[in-house]
Write a protein that binds this ligand. Structure first.
Ligand code: BGC
Length: 251
């Protein structure tokens, strides 16, 4: 079991990692969590990754890492909610060097989306599936017939003059102490825009708050079928391991 791919979820408060069983679509061992360093520069984060991966010294398989940012060919090119020093960083190269094994970095929502399509709430669904993660920001994954169109960044749609995530992310609900009803009204505005622009077959709601979907899901008034994510906070780690394995095999 020691040579399972490893997934790391890099978030604002914690950095979590676990080996992943890609046949089962689940963790293959214990998950470790280390607090996100402040400031969370690529170098400080690389040290945390070394500690996490150090729990599995025998493993040589690829490591997948989620980041809450745009990633193209391993290069990070946005930093809405992370340290600005990430912009322009070749994260694949920095982490591959730091860990001494192959590392592939992927946008956090794209990783979660791939995992939900492969193993979770969108498994077996064809056509366009949009997975959104409602957390500090809003992340999105556009997946058509199992093929991901990366870096869709639908959290930054401009709606009624606002950056959508500043109104509709879970952090806005918490900060403004919105009731589920008031928040659902904002989510309705948000998802109506998404459905008008993309006509998806299915929308999946992920992020930690998706465990409370029964409190707000039925209040979102849209045409499209909308369901909670299944893999919850495992999706990022599992999706990252999947991306790293596919990349290592040239898929
Ligand atoms: C970032 C995205 C990220 C999302 C969720 C947004 O602010 O721009 O890249 O996927 O937050 O973390």
């Amino acid at each position: 079991m020691s040579n399972d791919p490893f997934g790391i979820d890099f978030g604002g408060t914690g950095i979590k990692g676990a080996p992943v069983d890609l046949d089962a679509g689940d963790f293959a061992g214990e998950r470790f969590k280390i607090s996100t360093p402040k400031p969370a520069t690529p170098e400080a984060v690389a040290q945390v990754f070394r500690d996490l991966v150090g729990h599995f010294p025998a493993s040589t398989s690829p490591v997948g890492v989620t980041v809450p940012a745009v990633v193209r060919h391993g290069m990070v090119s946005s930093a809405a909610n992370i340290d600005p020093s990430w912009i322009g960083t070749d994260a694949d190269a920095v982490f591959t060097e730091a860990l001494g094994r192959e590392v592939h970095v992927v946008n956090d929502a794209d990783a979660a989306g791939l995992a939900e399509v492969e193993y979770g709430a969108a498994r077996g669904r064809t056509g366009l599936v949009i997975v959104t993660t409602l957390g500090t920001g809003i992340g999105s994954a556009l997946i058509h017939d199992d093929v991901l169109v990366p870096n869709s960044e639908l959290g930054h749609l401009e709606i009624e003059g606002y950056d959508a995530e500043s109104r509709a992310a879970n952090s806005a609900r918490e900060k403004e102490e919105l009731s589920w009803e008031d928040w659902a009204e904002r989510l309705t505005t948000y998802y109506r825009t998404v459905e008008r622009l993309f006509s998806p077959e299915l929308i999946v709601v992920g992020g930690g708050v998706s465990k409370s979907f029964d409190k707000f899901g039925h209040l979102i008034d849209i045409e499209t079928e909308i369901v909670p994510a299944k893999l919850r906070n495992k999706a990022g780690i599992i999706g990252a391991a999947l991306v790293a394995t596919r990349a290592a095999h040239g898929a």
